[in-house]
Write a protein that binds this ligand. Sequence first.
Ligand code: C5P
Length: 216
Amino acid sequence: MKINIITIDGPAGSGKGKIAKYVAKKWKLKHLDSGIFYRRIAYIISKKKINPINKITIKILINDIDQISSQKNKILRSEKISNIASIIAEYKFVRDFVNTQQKLTIKKSKNKNGFVIDGRDIGSVVFKNASIKLYIDVDVNIRAKRRHKQLIDMGEKSIYPQILKDIKLRDKKDKSRKNSPLVIPEGAYVVDNSSKFSITQNQLNIIIGKYINGKY
Ligand code: C5P
């Protein structure tokens, strides 16, 4: 049986994770946050005090990892880990490793309904043949404000102008990197999520519901 794959791509802080959670709950799909894999590798690099630009050492480290968990953890969301993740996500060997891990996670899962996967290259590279693709966009100032609030709520120190600068830099890295840059995947529904939840649940229900219920 072919499983349903819904991809949700978009820049940092676009709210794609929240949308993915809603979709997963509503249609009993499993949610996979692909950014977690990059964050977990970044966390190991940080713990081992490896310089993220040291590709050779990171390659050796990755060759030694058999499997990486897709479990979320608050510790992975710090600004330090976000910045390291953004650097190492440029390396092709890291991307190849993460893509294999994603496919392995799906293969091993007992969930028969399918997956909703969010990230940067899910609809454009990793699951090009996905059933439905969404691309979520939000003005960078709004994303920085949301991220600033999120960090404060997490008890982290956060200075808004610095957060805005970091997000702009991460956007630049995501969109201009040679390997799997952030693009609108072919055939994706582009959604502006600039207000609190501007893609209404109704819109999602129409886009996804039609497909899932087999009415296409
Ligand atoms: O989505 P999130 O911000 O958690 O992702 C962490 C980092 O991993 C991002 O900076 C992004 O560059 C990278 N990433 C990626 N491709 C994905 C998911 C995340 O390059 N599919």
